[in-house]
Ligand binder design. Structure first.
Ligand SMILES: NC(=O)c1ccc[n+]([C@@H]2O[C@H](COP(=O)([O-])OP(=O)(O)OC[C@H]3O[C@@H](n4cnc5c(N)ncnc54)[C@H](OP(=O)(O)O)[C@@H]3O)[C@@H](O)[C@H]2O)c1
Length: 333
């Protein structure tokens, strides 16, 4: 047997221990279970100390992989909130420096670069995490980009890149982790939608359409992955404080000037910051309540939170003429 086989066998044995420990922790009535948990964690601790890895007890609460964890955004707050629930968080972002503050706590966070547009980047992260920790319990597709501009003049490349990040980026990571989760008959996939889908208005057509596509994919995935023991959750934020407005405006400022919509310039720019008003929910509060919902034994299929989530849910059921009237007023169109 080669060295790689031995290492592989040891890894799968460790992974089986961890899984067993987790199963037993979720069935506290079993007294033999608790003894086994104690013995298992002692063995794991010893093994991890020997290999100078993260202490095993961190692994029992779950390994959570999150995309788009730059400081100031929802992903970063989610990373901290999952860590506060004793999860080991694989925090990822396009650049490590954008989440450098998480680096000081290696027992809670493992940082890795990840660009959801790249197959190679996604595969590298998933295989590194599986090799190092033996499992991925929760994947949070948080990375996303807002895109503002009138659809009639929006460069198609902008529409494409919005879909590439928000839709195909999410699906890319899902396809990379599903084989692993399906083999364990266990896992949770969290996609980040948006309440804007419930009342699509002017100036953010590309973004809203991409999130609508993600909502649809999420609904299908929930049914298709159910038989493999994988929960799929649509987290639908209302207005949550983050960098989303600044990023959208930075992107918009690089687009060619509009011809037909010059008079709406101010309204278009304001749309980028629509979710960033004084009443927007702090990302920490959003993250704490989201994590509580995701970590439930039976997590909800749809979880919405933040200002506008109730209004948009009502809006969704209004007749189109009323919906249009309200959106024209709000978006100055
Ligand atoms: N804030 C809200 O009110 C709100 C409302 C509804 C939905 N959402 C959704 O919530 C999620 C988080 O957004 P946010 O509000 O926290 O905005 P944010 O602060 O701008 O965070 C977005 C994150 O996505 C990352 N990202 C963008 N493209 C990426 C790529 N190709 N690969 C990997 N990461 C990438 C960004 O990285 P960089 O820092 O490198 O750009 C950033 O870390 C998004 O899906 C967004 O659509 C937010």
């Amino acid at each position: 047997m080669g060295g790689g086989d031995v290492a592989g066998e040891r890894r799968s044995r460790q992974s089986a221990w961890r899984e067993r420990a987790n199963d037993l922790l979720s069935s506290p009535k079993d007294p033999y279970g608790w003894c086994l948990v104690a013995v298992t964690s002692l063995c794991l601790r010893r093994e991890c100390r020997r290999r100078k890895e993260i202490p095993a007890w961190c692994l029992v609460a779950g390994v959570v992989l999150i995309t788009g964890c730059s400081t100031g955004g929802i992903g970063h707050a989610l990373a901290r909130a999952f860590a506060a629930e004793s999860c080991l968080v694989v925090a990822t972002a396009r650049s490590l420096s954008s989440m450098a503050d998480l680096g000081g706590d290696p027992s809670s966070f493992f940082l890795h670069q990840l660009d959801v547009l790249s197959d190679e980047s996604v595969q590298t992260v998933v295989s590194t995490v599986l090799q190092k920790f033996g499992r991925i319990d929760v994947v949070v597709n948080n990375a996303g980009v807002q895109c503002v501009g009138p659809l009639a003049e929006l460069p198609l490349s902008q529409l494409e890149s919005t879909f590439n990040t928000n839709v195909f980026g999410s699906l890319r990571l899902i396809q990379a982790v599903v084989p692993h989760m399906a083999s364990r008959k266990k896992g949770k996939i969290v996609n980040t939608g948006s309440v804007t889908v419930l009342g699509p208005g002017p100036w953010s057509g590309a973004y809203t359409a991409s999130k609508a596509a993600l909502h649809a994919l999420t609904d299908t995935l929930r049914l298709e992955l159910g038989p493999f023991g994988i929960d799929v959750i649509n987290v639908v934020p209302g207005a949550v404080r983050s960098n989303i407005g600044n990023s959208a405006i930075a992107n918009y400022s690089q687009m060619p000037e509009t011809k037909l919509y010059k008079q709406y310039e101010e309204a278009i720019r304001a749309r980028a910051y629509f979710s960033q008003g004084p009443k927007s929910m702090p990302s920490e509060e959003f993250a704490k309540r989201t994590v509580a919902a995701v970590l439930k034994k039976n997590p909800p299929a749809w979880f919405t939170l933040g200002p506008y989530s109730t209004i948009m849910a009502i809006m969704h059921h209004l007749p189109l003429c009323i919906k249009d009237f309200l959106l024209r007023k709000a978006m100055k169109c």
